[in-house]
Design a protein around this ligand. Structure first.
Ligand code: NAD
Length: 334
């Protein structure tokens, strides 16, 4: 029986890295019946909507999606398709493992970086509640709830307990946002009490950024509200070779959508040079989620072997290969 999986190629480099990833997944031998649906610019052109109901209908059937990035205009235009999808499907965990790939030359290549980000995915300043109070005075509402904070903290601790992780750090700005980030911290502390074997600490977000750059190897599991989680994810991607590398998963109780940390990269879209590693690694998380452990490990080993050899790397990681050459190299290893 083939797995039914919703495929959302997305905008910019999305279709390029999605095609590469579909090929890599198929090369693992796992049978997949992809349900392709469009979101973003292609969807708007075809249906008049950036996020058509067909996307939700497909995910309601399959419960699992592989998604390329979808662009959002800056300072104007339609609201984020990504945020809308995460909120409506209640994909409350954004899980982003950040690990150094073997052989990859980065500024931090000599450090054993292996950390995991748990970013709250449904609220905070992403509530989208903004208004102009009077001319030239604008308010954006930061919404933090006990429900969302408890469940992201629980997800981080439960994962740590299951995977043998030793330390969880909650990242906040509760010195300034005493009520909202204060509530987030109280929830993290309450959950931490139920996990006495896991060390719990807290860092103010600005200090956390400095510590992450100075000593990234000391971090284990990070739990953050939505906005800090977004920013710190890109910072951490920079530690291990950039946005072309780091995968992610949006997880809810009934559905999971796997996507890279990176965006639609309009500066390199259509050139055939995007690095598909981040989406391939997201697909590896997807295969593990489906219970296809051997295929997940096989795909990861194939990616690692290509990096160890260093002959077919894309330009963002110091090589000269295009998306296709890199993909062929991964498939050959599989
Ligand atoms: P970006 O992640 O698209 O690109 C930042 C830089 O990283 C660019 O120089 C880009 O070329 C490079 N890069 C990113 N992915 C790469 C890859 N796979 N291989 C090689 N290089 C890669 O961030 P941005 O430019 O700030 O955002 C562009 C658009 O993407 C915006 O509209 C934004 O809203 C959207 N976005 C979407 C998502 C998502 O769909 N989940 C996430 C982030 C940003």
């Amino acid at each position: 029986m083939a797995y039914k999986i919703t495929l959302i190629p997305g905008d910019g480099i999305g279709p390029e890295v999605a095609l590469a990833t579909v090929r890599a997944v198929e090369a693992t031998g796992v049978a997949v019946a992809w349900e392709r649906v469009d979101a973003g610019i292609a969807a708007e052109k075809a249906t008049g909507s950036y996020l058509p109901e067909a996307v939700y209908e497909s995910l309601a059937r399959t419960h699992v999606g592989l998604k390329g990035p979808v662009g959002t205009p800056v300072g104007k235009g339609h609201s984020s398709v990504n945020v809308a999808l995460r909120k409506r499907l209640d994909l409350f965990v954004n899980f982003r493992p950040v690990r150094m790939l073997p052989g990859l030359k980065t500024r931090f290549a000599d450090l054993p970086i292996d950390l995991v980000i748990f970013r709250e995915n449904t609220e905070d300043l992403y509530s989208g509640i903004e208004h102009e109070v009077v001319t030239d005075v604008v308010e954006s509402l930061k919404v933090i709830t006990k429900t969302a904070s408890m469940r992201i903290a629980k997800a981080a601790f439960e994962y740590s307990a299951k995977e043998g992780r030793k330390k969880v750090v909650a990242i906040h700005k509760a010195n300034i946002m005493k009520m909202s980030d204060g509530l987030f911290l109280r929830c993290c502390r309450e959950v931490a009490e139920g996990f006495p074997n896991i060390a719990y600490s807290e860092l103010i977000v600005d200090n956390a950024c400095m510590q992450l750059v100075m000593r990234p190897e000391i971090f284990d599991v990070l739990v953050l509200p939505n906005l800090y989680g977004d920013i710190v994810s890109d910072l951490c991607a920079g530690l291990v070779g950039g946005l072309g590398i780091v995968p992610g998963a949006n997880l809810g109780d009934n559905c999971a959508v796997f996507e890279a940390v990176h965006g639609s990269a309009p500066d390199i879209a259509g050139k055939g040079i995007a690095n598909p590693t981040a989406l391939m690694q997201s697909a590896r998380l997807m295969l593990a989620h489906l219970g296809e452990r051997d295929a997940a490990i096989g795909l990861q080993k194939a990616i690692e072997a290509v990096y160890s050899e260093g002959k077919h790397l894309t330009h963002d990681t110091g090589g000269s290969a295009g998306t296709e050459e890199f993909t062929e190299a991964v498939i050959e290893k599989l």
